[in-house]
Design a protein around this ligand. Sequence first.
Ligand code: C2E
Ligand code: CA
Ligand code: CA
Length: 695
Amino acid sequence: MPVKVLVVDDDRTNSEIIAQLLKVHGYEVSRCHDGRQALEKLASSQTPFDLMLLDLRMPAMDGFEVLRNVREQDALRHLPVIIMTASSESSDAVAALKLKANDYVTKPVDFTVLLARIEKELALKRVMQALVESEERYALAVRGANDGIWDWSLEANTIHFSTRWKFMLGYEDGEIGDSPDEWFGRVHPEDAERLKASLDAHLDGGTPHFECEHRILDKHGNYRWVLSRGVAVRTGAERPNRMAGSQTDVTERTVYDPLTGLPNRLLFCEQLLRSLARARRRSGYHFAVLGVNLDNFKMINDSLGHGVADQLLVSIAHRLQEVLRMGDTVARLESDEFVVLLDDLRRFADVEPVVVHILESLRTPVVLSGKELFPSASIGVVHFNNSYERPEEILRDAQIALHHAKANGGARIVNFDSAMQTRASRRFTLETILRHALENDAYRAYYQPLVSAESGRIVGFEALIRLHHPEMGLVPPAEFIPLAEETGLVVQLGGWILEAACRQTRAWQLEFDDHELSISVNLSARQISVHDIVDRILNILNSSGLPAHCLHLEVTESAMIENADRARLVLQQLRDLRIGISIDDFGTGYSSLSYLQRFPIDRLKVDKSFVQRINQEDESAKIVQTIVLLARNLGMEVVAEGVETADQLAAIRALTCDLIQGYFFSRPVDAAEAGELLRRERESRVASGFPQRKE
Ligand code: C2E
Ligand code: CA
Ligand code: CA
């Protein structure tokens, strides 16, 4: 059954985009535009919603009101709610978390972050559900009371723990005895002293009641954050003889990261907010923020497992804390993303030695479960300047600098500069355009002819996408395809162009009475991993009426090897349907013969870099010749791409390529012009500029 998500936002564009993206990821989505409507929908829905995405600021009934309402209803008390808040309103997020929102994302919503948060909430919900179910088997006494109760007889030195108290740590009633060690022995070593101090302070009469937030180990080996509160019972004697209290699980709303005990994003942002305020008040005050990321964390996680990866994170957290001064803050945002606030710096130059020191300390090998690991980290540095108003802006720039450090090979320090900002904001603009491209009709399909080397006739086209933006004009794919790959939007884009191209080609087939006219469409790695990609392609073929053998899908070598097993399976299914499979940009990648044979490829496109050097370098001509021979032996057709000059054409023809594509015949043009090319060619029976064939 699909997971049902309710998106509540008065900003219709935002909710529409989120809904679309969630649908792409297989969620069932409903939308509402105000709070009251949302409550009605939650109440009236036949099958319950699994999660709600809730905007806080809405005119009629705001998100806080909805949240309060939802948490008061038995049926909805445990509904996971992720709120969406403008990044400028971090106090909103805090307030909503206090009202038991499960998590939050800032607007504009980063969809990958949102997806990760949704998945996390759904996983938590499943756990909660299991808890509730088992809880229902418990005695009446447990019901209702959410807090665990403890009752400590100081004379006998035994503690009675309530069933709920034990249950909070994952234990059944009989599994925990009445020794104080059942509690204190489970407290995180770093919190033990603090807990003891506050107990002593209260028992000595120094505080009116005892209260301490600390981590405690649960049955599954995870630390949970709990708030323990209590009062000593004094019956005239100097030392009390009894003390009782409660334990509340605050893991969910805590501002600390349970794994490392470091502040989390929320607390870090609060700290940053204070530094920003101070910087505005005091001249000469300066601070810097560092984004710190491990270069090889994913690899460690994948190869050595979560347990080792978690230990590594804990030891990294310790190292960071060790090298920093009092007053500096280190936090963990998520996974292996750490941030550091270097506060109250005298000079800009003070940052560098600290950063170098951090990098060195992180580089020391760690031994974990008998294995020696060599962590390597990258650091992005942002210095405060007056243009910053919000913590999120600084964190964003630290991430941008960090991104550059990693993109340049990792194990390095990169200072944020304004050129990065320019690039990042262009990237951001592009990402926004991409996200809205469908609804704004911003995609354009361009077509470049593929010409038969023998007859000189146009046998088909390659469809090439463009992005049209009122201010930026036509954006070439080199600028946005990588971004679309990264964000997953390439799936949507790929679907759009496939449909446009198939429909157009079918129209030309009918218009020019040429039922063999073919179309080549690029297929990206991300599309191959879409679970029902074959069905989607088949649906498009069916609805356009284009025969399957007239469609060629172009896949690069890297897309094939990225996920070779999956790619082979999908391509085989497509091939079985008689769809053509071309290997694109051949020669730039892996290109081994044995590897090629594993895939059902029937056409090979020689990369344009070889074609363009063909008359300048013997080497290139030899490579092309070898490729042609190789392809022939494997029964494949060969296309030479990027043919720009008559000389290149002559050389290519001498090497007996089957098909030719390039500016020499035509640049990629829009559908109207491509139709015009076909018309002229069909009239003259020869492609423009093509030398007459010698009979
Ligand atoms: P590609 O698949 O290798 O496409 C061929 C590229 O070579 C096109 O660039 C085309 O305009 C260019 N080209 C063709 N003839 C010549 C020539 O004679 N000289 C030179 N210098 N270039 C020539 P374009 O359209 O800018 O596309 C760049 C890349 O973007 C494509 O390379 C492809 O990897 C990607 N791309 C384009 N459209 C799509 C799409 O719809 N889906 C996906 N996934 N990728 C696409
Ligand atoms: Ca291509
Ligand atoms: Ca190519």
